[in-house]
Design a protein around this ligand. Structure first.
Ligand code: PMT
Length: 400
């Protein structure tokens, strides 16, 4: 069952260009089986039509405070009582300031004053307006009153400027709403995750790499986010989109990955090493492209540091999960790796041939921990990641 099934979301839309994104948000909320009642300020109707919102929500859109016809159906006080959550997206600077001083000069502001339901705002405005002391003070006042502030994001703005003030994307807002009603089991937990391959340079144009696509690690990042964790993903070179809500740090080599992981170790509760890190790197990287002048080319390689082992043996080590990629005797070799690296849990997969693992959409895992284990059969990496994260969360909380 969806966490939003039959939840009553009153979506307030105020006047701003991001109002067009509210249409997609309504569609997503309805798809997640929430009941959505849209209330628009007069300014919002300059950016998106009430008819669009009505068609998507399946409910008549409320705009006017003194609409005798509408008040006969559900008065503004009934509306305020109806909501399980009031989400204002986009929330303009003007609306935020009116809310902060408790004005009731339109239907939406009045509802917010009259409700006992939680209120969340998704601010959207020009970056200077967002950074203005007046707006920041209003936001502080509202936060102190336990109004949730979701966003804004940083990035390119409709006005052409770049900076903080973009409304969160509809998908991100959907996740916030979902988390609001069903906070995951890893709420407040900081997860550090490695994913993808590393590429060890030979010369300016060549490298030693491997076939990791990053799919398994990226699916894990999403699954951790779904459980409410804060996720930092240290990623080797892959061509995948960053999962919504994940902070991604791009690296190329094992040494870079090691540096980025170690730098964040003190803010990490769970560490998962899903990256296929090269065990060796070239002892010397040629400054110029190597020419094919000789029949044989010999390269000397040196060991890379073992990132997982370092994390597991740190003084205040987080709950540490390693992966093991094996081509044979899966459980036996994985158990040996778990012991050798001193990790809390190891997720082992068969790789090579057509047995999942590298690059494929599906995978199967044998998960081992001290005194126990579980087999997760072949399935889509996204579902597999959700199952693995559930196991990790359970063991993490048991150890806590
Ligand atoms: O990315 P995909 O295409 O989706 O494929 C997923 C995967 C097959 C890459 C993934 O499921 C997986 O098995 N990742 C680990 C691959 C690997 O390098 O395994 P390993 O057995 O060589 O290493 C054991 C563990 O030590 C791993 O957690 C690895 O991240 C870690 N390690 C290894 C070497 C090193 N120098 N530092 C490390 O931290």
């Amino acid at each position: 069952m969806s966490a939003l099934e039959n939840k009553r979301v009153l979506l307030g839309i105020t006047g701003g260009i991001a109002a067009y994104k509210a249409a997609e948000l309504v569609r997503l909320l309805v798809q997640a089986k929430a009941q959505v009642q849209v209330v628009m300020t007069p300014a919002a109707a300059n950016f998106i039509t009430p008819l669009t919102m009505q068609a998507l929500s399946g409910r008549s859109v409320r705009q006017e405070m003194f609409d005798t016809e509408q008040e006969a159906v559900m008065g503004h006080i009934d509306l305020a009582r109806w909501a399980d959550l009031i989400l204002v997206a986009p929330a303009s600077a003007d609306f935020i300031s009116r809310l902060a001083v408790g004005m009731a000069n339109d239907l939406l502001a009045t509802l917010c004053l009259a409700t006992t339901a939680p209120i969340a705002l998704a601010p959207a405005m020009n970056r200077e307006m967002w950074q203005n002391q007046a707006t920041q003070q209003n936001v502080t006042v509202l936060s102190q009153r336990e109004v949730e502030i979701w966003g804004p994001a940083d990035g390119e703005q409709a006005c052409g400027e770049v900076g903080p003030g973009r409304m969160l994307e509809p998908m991100q807002l959907l996740r916030q709403v979902s988390d609001h009603f069903s906070p995951g089991v890893l709420q407040g937990v900081q997860v550090l995750l490695t994913a993808g391959p590393t590429q060890e340079p030979i010369d300016p144009v060549r490298y030693v790499g491997n076939r990791s696509s990053g799919r398994m690690g990226y699916a894990l990042a999403s699954a951790f986010i779904q459980q409410g964790a804060t996720v930092t993903l240290i990623s080797g070179p892959v061509s995948l989109d960053t999962p919504v809500g994940v902070q991604r740090v791009d690296v190329e080599t094992a040494l870079e990955m090691e540096r980025e992981v170690i730098a964040r170790l003190d803010q990490c509760d769970i560490f998962v090493a899903c990256a296929a890190v090269a065990d060796y790197r070239c002892e010397e990287v040629a400054g110029q492209k190597i020419k094919k002048s000789q029949d044989r080319l010999e390269m000397s390689m040196v060991r890379n540091p073992d990132i997982l082992q370092q994390v597991a043996s740190a003084a205040s080590a987080p709950f540490t999960v390693g992966f093991a990629a094996e081509t044979e005797r899966l459980a036996e070799l994985a158990e040996a790796k778990r012991n050798a690296k001193g990790v809390d849990m190891i997720a082992a997969n068969l790789v090579g041939g057509d047995q999942g693992g590298f690059g494929s959409a599906e995978n199967a895992l044998t998960v081992l921990w001290e005194g126990g284990g579980a087999d997760l059969p072949m399935m889509d990496k996204k579902r597999l990641a959700q199952d693995l994260v559930e196991l990790i969360a359970k063991k993490y909380h048991e150890k806590d």
